[in-house]
Ligand binder design. Structure first.
Ligand SMILES: *[C@@H]1O[C@H](CO)[C@@H](O)[C@H](O)[C@H]1NC(C)=O
Ligand SMILES: *[C@@H]1O[C@H](CO)[C@@H](O)[C@H](O)[C@H]1NC(C)=O
Ligand SMILES: *[C@@H]1O[C@H](CO)[C@@H](O)[C@H](O)[C@H]1NC(C)=O
Length: 463
């Protein structure tokens, strides 16, 4: 064996290392907080001027590689100097991060808008909308700066698991950024709601006539459209970026993976077994309109528009995190269990001023739910009810009522010692080449740590 040839000194320490590794996977729990990695990336540049819209899909983005556990994802729009851009200048309609698999023998595809479907396999979240609709792993809009996204220990989103990547393919990530420059806009809210009349749009991105009665939404503010700007308004063209920070840890069998589900209040529940995007009858419509209570016949609703739908949860588990997504006008959203219990209530935080992160009139954050693990369980096949409320004191076009939850299929084993300090965890993770150095030079230090750890492991095993 190669190890033996490196000398007698190495062997005992190798054995200790190997043992400790086994122990850490079966008995001990990692102190995940100790070794979170965090990296901040910039999306490709996009250029905006007053009224203009960018809705781009960037493929093969910078992202953690290998078999890792994602802990959080934060994003915001910044300029070339790294300055945060407020929503009243550049409205961040949404950003989405999705997974796909690319054939290994393909040339790199960076930022290409059109990809050949035969070379790619879409890697969606766990559901539940039709086809590729709302199948992203992460995604937020104007609320991005003040919405908590961290996943508490010992949970995380597992990515890059070699066992899940189709043979001959590699896992890649894409990001979609949809931003609208509303500097000088005739009607700022109208531009952010993508009202067709302000964009002078009558056909969608594919040249199809808009359906009758379609007043606004994503089909009217696609890439390179323009929202109406006040005559004579001058505003510089400028280069912007989505700056995103990903936190992750190396995969470890002490981590409990969570599944990502996104629910949509417009989901009709109908599915076809071909992926056809959306039609008025099928699945998630994503957007809807809110009629003004002043023009409606009944004003008895207190000017609250309540959208509600029933959804069937395909798998069971424990809810670890929940958050809703609403647009301006939103006043709260709740996901209920079949028996009426509240699974999560999420409410918008409106800005109060002018600065980035606190823009008045915009939803700058959504409250989140972090239930005590195990306290909120959903059973497979349970019918959930999603409710999304909007103020209807004025009409709203193209708004959303989404709900994002993370579900774990198990909770930590109580015999795991969560609070035991395992400081050497990071040190075990050394590459093979540096192992010899650690073993020879650091034998005393590392060895003591490992033995201490081993004893703990043995004690646990006996319990
Ligand atoms: C709106 O679009 C029509 C046809 O697409 C065009 O003739 C007209 O000039 C546009 N109006 C404005 C204000 O851009
Ligand atoms: C598709 O529809 C057919 C006929 O209704 C059904 O037999 C089949 O199981 C469906 N396939 C899937 C994947 O749902
Ligand atoms: C939505 O509005 C209805 C009617 O006012 C109310 O009963 C319900 O609690 C509201 N739900 C949320 C999530 O705000």
């Amino acid at each position: 064996m190669a190890l033996r040839s490196q000398g007698g000194l190495l062997l005992p320490s190798m054995l200790v290392l190997t043992l400790a590794f086994t122990v850490s996977c079966t008995i001990a729990s990692p102190r995940i907080g100790n070794k979170i990695k965090s990296v901040t990336f910039l999306s490709p540049e996009f250029v905006l001027e007053p009224g203009s819209v960018e809705n781009r899909f960037y493929y093969s983005i910078d992202f953690p590689r290998g078999h890792v556990a994602l802990k959080s994802f934060r994003a915001e729009v910044v300029d070339e100097a790294g300055k945060s851009i407020p929503l009243h200048e550049t409205y961040l309609h949404h950003w989405l991060v999705g997974k796909y698999y690319q054939r290994q023998d393909m040339a790199e595809n960076n930022g290409d808008q059109k990809i050949q479907p035969e070379n790619y396999i879409f890697g969606g979240n766990s559901g539940i909308c039709q086809g590729t609709t709302l199948r992203q792993y992460f995604g937020l809009g104007s609320e991005t700066r003040k919405t908590d996204t961290h996943i508490p220990d010992p949970y995380a989103i597992e990515i890059g698991n070699p066992a899940e990547i189709p043979e001959g393919y590699e896992e890649k990530w894409m990001i979609n950024v949809h931003a609208i420059d509303t500097r000088g806009a005739v009607d700022r809210l109208g531009c952010t709601e993508c009202r067709c009349e302000l964009y002078n749009v009558t056909v969608d991105e594919d040249g199809q006539t808009l359906r009758p009665g379609y007043k606004g939404g994503i089909s009217c503010c696609y890439d390179q459209t323009r929202c109406k700007v006040r005559k004579g308004y001058e505003g510089a063209r400028r280069s912007l970026y989505l700056r995103y920070t990903v936190e992750w840890i190396d995969w470890d069998c002490g981590i409990i993976p969570v599944k990502v589900f996104i629910f949509d209040v417009t989901d009709t529940g109908k599915r076809l077994n071909v992926s056809i995007g959306s039609s008025p009858e099928i699945g998630c419509q994503v957007e809807f309109d809110v009629a003004s209570c002043n023009t409606g016949s009944a004003v008895s609703d207190g000017c609250i528009d309540v959208h509600r739908t029933s959804l069937t949860m395909p798998v069971g588990g424990s809810v670890i995190y929940g958050v809703a997504h609403q647009h301006t006008g939103g006043i709260g959203s709740t996901l209920y269990g079949e028996d009426g219990r509240v699974i999560c209530n999420s409410e918008p935080i409106y800005g109060q001023g002018k600065d980035a992160g606190d823009e008045a009139g915009y939803i700058v954050g959504m409250s989140t739910c972090y239930p005590e693990p195990g306290s909120i369980q959903i059973t497979a096949g349970e019918n959930l009810v999603l409710e999304s409320n909007y103020s209807s004191t004025q009409k709203h076009i193209g708004v959303m009522g989404l709900f994002y939850i993370l579900v774990a299929d198990r909770t930590p084993n109580p015999t795991n010692f969560w609070h035991s300090p395992i400081h050497i965890h990071e040190k075990i993770r050394v590459s093979k080449s540096s192992l010899a150095v650690v073993s020879l030079l650091g034998l005393a230090v590392v060895g003591v740590g490992l033995r201490h750890r081993l004893k703990k492991g043995e004690r646990r095993r006996r319990l």
